[in-house]
Write a protein that binds this ligand. Structure first.
Ligand SMILES: O=C(O)CCC(=O)C(=O)O
Ligand SMILES: [Fe+2]
Length: 367
């Protein structure tokens, strides 16, 4: 299990985006100044660091689960491959997804474990998993999932109030009982000396669901901040998660919350020679929830949609699951017919913020 620790430091001479640092304990205790800072981060960039979240030890155990799983023979991992339908739970081999409209292949492998399977274990809700996952379902994946769900629900409540929605509106869309595409993901990227620093290992995208809670072992994540005209690294900080808004919250809020474009490239400088690991928990709405701006429930959202250049964008006419399956399915190289397949995988990307990015075009309503 090499590569989980002992990286050279993140270099101090590469361009980075300084995310706001949010203290989770202050958010939980209702500290107004911290809540305002979180709101600023979520509406302007859509990314922030989260400290004092209490999930550090669970995160370390999840990295071990990921490393044990990636150490299995490829043949064994492929028995649990996610497939080409848009269903994402299970294993994704490196090279199974495109990273751009030309169809260049990705260079990350990952294991996705459904929130529903982790919480219902040993009952199988969606699918079965490799033995390394099953062995840690009860003692590693379940506690991590519960912590990540709690953190993201706390953040959802903050957004709910700031959006002037009736109490509990956003939480109800992510109901604990309803099946969803929510999942944990552990990602491994081997060194890729053949790739330039500008070549994506995981293509430019916005996240498909509501909230992402991410821990990176070394650099490589880049964000395209609005108006900055380029990609900037996010520097991993020990003990700090990197959190971001995804498409579902951007749609519910009529674009008030920002689902920002990001990608993964090789780690910078000396870190490039090391295997990169990252871990994400994705909170996504329950499968049958319709994705639409909640204009009826919030005057603030109604005003935002009325002022939007393209109000139809916030009524895509898909459920959370349809949105998710469409995006996942159309990234798969097995489904590729041409550049249109990549375009059909797109989310809420803002074309004006991504000038010069061939692969970043706004989504067509449905595919
Ligand atoms: O590995 C990372 O740092 C980010 C991964 C990511 O953006 C994703 O899986 O959606
Ligand atoms: Fe992402």
């Amino acid at each position: 299990m090499s590569g989980l620790t002992d990286y050279p430091p993140f270099p101090d001479d590469v361009p980075t985006v300084p995310l706001l640092v949010i203290d989770y304990q202050l958010i939980k205790s209702g500290d107004q100044a911290e809540i305002d800072k979180l709101w600023e981060a979520a509406t302007k960039l859509g990314f922030w660091y989260l400290k004092n979240h209490g999930a550090e030890e669970d995160t370390e155990q999840m990295f071990r689960m990921g490393a044990e799983t990636m150490d299995l023979p490829l043949e064994e991992k492929l028995k649990f491959e996610q497939g080409d339908t848009g269903f994402s739970f299970g294993y994704k081999a490196a090279g199974a997804n495109a990273v751009d409209e030309t169809g260049r292949k990705d260079s990350v492998e990952f294991i996705n474990v459904a929130k529903d399977d982790a919480l219902a274990h040993p009952t199988v809700v969606h699918r079965t998993y490799p033995s390394t996952v099953v062995a840690r379902m009860e003692n590693t994946i379940k506690p991590f999932t519960l912590k990540a769900v709690e953190i993201n629900e706390t953040v959802l409540d903050v957004f709910n109030d700031k959006l002037e929605l009736p109490k509990g509106t956003l939480k109800a869309k992510h109901s604990f009982e309803g099946h969803s595409c929510s999942e944990s993901r552990c990602i491994k990227k081997l060194p890729t000396p053949e790739m330039t620093p500008e070549q994506a290992a995981l293509g430019a995208h916005t996240d498909f669901g509501s909230l992402s809670f991410l821990t990176n072992k070394c650099g490589g994540l880049q964000v395209y901040p609005p108006g900055w005209n380029g990609w900037y690294y996010v520097k991993p900080l020990p003990g700090h998660a990197i959190c971001n808004v995804g498409d579902a919250l951007a749609v519910f809020s009529g674009g008030i919350l920002r689902s920002n474009m990001h990608r993964v490239v090789s780690p910078p400088k000396e870190q490039a020679a090391f295997t990169r690991w990252s871990l994400v928990f994705f909170t996504r709405p329950a499968n049958d929830i319709e994705l639409r701006a909640l204009t009826d429930e919030s005057p603030a959202i109604a005003a935002a949609v009325a002022a939007a250049p393209d109000p139809a964008k916030w009524h895509p006419g898909q459920t959370a699951q349809e949105w998710y399956f469409r995006r996942t399915r159309n990234q798969r190289v097995n489904n590729r017919t041409g550049p249109e397949t990549w375009l059909a995988s797109r989310g809420t990307e803002h074309v004006d913020d991504t000038v010069g990015l061939e692969s970043a075009k706004p989504v067509a309503a449905a595919a």
